[in-house]
Design a protein around this ligand. Structure first.
Ligand SMILES: CCCCCC/C=C\CC(=O)SCCNC(=O)CCNC(=O)[C@H](O)C(C)(C)COP(=O)(O)OP(=O)(O)OC[C@H]1O[C@@H](n2cnc3c(N)ncnc32)[C@H](O)[C@@H]1OP(=O)(O)O
Length: 189
């Protein structure tokens, strides 16, 4: 019900569709260098699965990167490409992001991406983090995070960039920012 109401409140705006169509050509022109097709390793299963229901105009994006949907460079690249494809499809007006993993929405940034990597890799990684939240925050679609598990740090950031958040009512699921505890500082940008 809440999801439907959220979608209705924005989809009712006739401006939404016209806004999307007026932007669509820009979006096509603004494909970022990060999203230039990467070498795809077809031996690994996709980390993102999108189901798009043409009749409702709503897409559900399932994050399926075991064990905890940590936000690696590959994961973020795949996510951004998926968002961008939906963004260019004018018939898609709503996006629900959720997790296919039990108990965890997203564990946040993949800690292994921040340790023992080259400066070039770190740069690409942090750019992909920025790309993710800018894409979601700036999306013309109605975006909803259906938080069906714990969502610390970057997982919280991802949820915060959506228009709406709905979280499963379970005291074991936590959400919030733990960077200070972890001892990392987000780089300046
Ligand atoms: C404009 C503002 C910009 C701000 C930018 C900064 C934003 C965010 C910074 C970050 O996101 S840093 C990452 C912080 N994340 C964490 O500290 C999460 C730590 N993880 C947990 O709390 C728990 O794992 C969980 C998510 C609650 C899940 O608990 P559960 O008991 O179900 O699973 P575990 O046994 O703990 O973990 C399973 C498996 O996953 C590995 N793992 C967990 N989190 C991460 C991670 N973030 N990156 C990489 N790997 C992770 C964990 O080590 C286990 O691995 P194995 O031991 O099984 O190999």
């Amino acid at each position: 019900m809440a999801l439907r109401a959220a979608l209705r409140s924005r989809s009712g705006l006739s401006g939404l569709l016209s806004q999307r169509s007026s932007c669509s050509s820009d979006i096509r022109m603004c494909v970022s260098p990060l999203l230039v097709p990467q070498e795809r390793n077809y031996s690994t299963p996709p980390k993102i699965r999108v189901e798009f229901d043409q009749s409702t105009g709503v897409a559900v994006m399932h994050m399926q990167s075991p064990p905890v949907n940590s936000l690696s460079l590959d994961f973020l690249t795949e996510l951004c490409i998926s968002v961008e494809k939906l963004e260019m499809d004018k018939s898609c007006r709503g996006l629900i992001i959720t997790s296919a993993q039990p108990k965890v929405f997203s564990a946040g940034l993949d800690i292994t991406e921040m340790y023992g990597k080259s400066p070039e890799h770190c740069g690409a990684f942090w750019r992909s983090v920025q790309e993710m939240w800018l894409k979601l925050y700036g999306s013309n679609m109605v975006t909803i995070a259906a938080i069906n598990g714990s969502s610390p740090a970057g997982g919280c950031l991802m949820a915060m960039t959506c228009d709406y958040r709905i979280m499963a009512d379970n005291p074991r699921y936590n959400i919030g920012l733990n960077e200070t505890q972890l001892g990392i500082v987000a780089p300046f940008w």
